[in-house]
Design a protein around this ligand. Structure first.
Ligand code: CDT
Length: 318
């Protein structure tokens, strides 16, 4: 039996600081309608999809930032997304800032079944940027201030999607650059990785230089390698364009288990891209070159979990 799914990445253009969730959700609903018209069964929205990328704005008092977070899903503001999912029979992935009842803050994503049930939740593990205001930077990136590292690991679950089932997992933005994250998903036979991102076009941390064209290349390189090396599909969705003068790049992609780009966004605005996925394609890598059970040598990988920073090698004494 072939296991086919029609996947969509729903890229969002910029959301300005002054714009409310109603603006973002209205645009997302139009993308869901388009996804329905194009036969999609899964729609992936970006990281922190309901607001501007607020970690670029410093607040001394964290409580002053509470309005950027969701305390419940669905809420009045997000309920229309859940209703649209039910109406169209589409599952959707949503990135948002989560404030828990006991006061924890996470950069979170959920996959929601068309019934409205949350099938899987993930909290971002690799938080980039810094905690304190950095006077040297032209643009702040305060994810370490506004979020704690995720406490859920990298879970994978086998979930019903349309008339089949798929092993789904998630990562969020910076996670995609870490092969460890992909491999932990791969070790759970993930077939579909959903990920959203907000990536500045310029490396503001770099007092030196990083060529602009390489920013997109590095993003694609990471996603294509992760999908290939773990024999899975990936839907990677950007929030793109200029938010209050600060540019995020787009180039959302859908990638197959061979690491090939099946669809790519061409605008830096709201844009839906769609690709047909035959989940059976995951078998080739899984049974041959990336048959983990036959070929992995974890006894030689202990450094991966034993240390964080790198260590200098011994000097050759010859
Ligand atoms: N949102 C996010 O994780 N963005 C990072 C850029 C961080 S630059 C301090 C990314 O890896 O794309």
């Amino acid at each position: 039996m072939t296991r086919r799914l029609t996947l969509a990445a729903a890229q969002l253009g910029p959301i300005q600081r002054a714009e409310g969730r109603d603006v973002a959700v209205g645009r997302m609903l139009r993308l869901m309608e388009k996804a329905h018209q194009r036969g999609a069964q899964v729609v992936v929205f970006p990281e922190l999809a309901l607001t501007t990328f607020f970690p670029r704005w410093y607040e001394e008092d964290l409580a002053q930032a509470n309005h950027w977070y969701e305390t419940a899903l669905p809420s009045n503001a997000t309920a229309p997304l859940f209703e649209a999912a039910r109406r169209y029979g589409i599952g959707f992935h949503l990135g948002y800032a989560e404030l828990t009842p006991d006061g924890h803050r996470y950069n979170t994503a959920v996959y929601v079944h068309p019934s409205g049930q949350v099938v899987l939740k993930y909290r971002k593990v690799h938080l980039p940027g810094h905690r304190d205001f950095d006077p040297v930077r032209r643009v702040q990136h305060l994810e370490k201030r506004y979020f704690e590292p995720g406490d859920l690991g990298f879970p994978v679950i086998r979930a019903p999607i349309a008339d089949t089932e798929a092993n789904i997992g998630m990562m969020i933005c910076n996670d995609r650059r870490w092969p460890e994250a992909w491999r932990v998903l791969g070790l759970q036979q993930v077939e579909l990785v959903m990920l959203g991102y907000n990536t500045p076009s310029i490396n503001a941390e770099n007092k030196g230089f990083e060529a602009h064209h390489l920013r997109v290349a590095h993003s694609h390189l990471s996603i294509q390698a992760g999908a290939y090396q773990n024999a899975c599909f990936a839907v990677a969705t950007a929030k793109a364009g200029t938010e209050d003068g600060h540019e995020l790049f787009g180039h959302s992609i859908i990638v197959n288990p061979q690491g090939e780009i099946m669809a790519q966004a061409t605008s830096w605005d709201d844009e839906l891209i769609v690709a047909e996925a035959d989940l059976g394609m995951c078998e080739l890598g899984r049974r041959t070159i990336f048959d983990f059970a036959r070929h992995r040598r974890p006894e030689h990988y202990t450094r991966i979990t034993a240390q964080t920073g790198s260590e200098a090698p011994p000097r050759w004494q010859g």
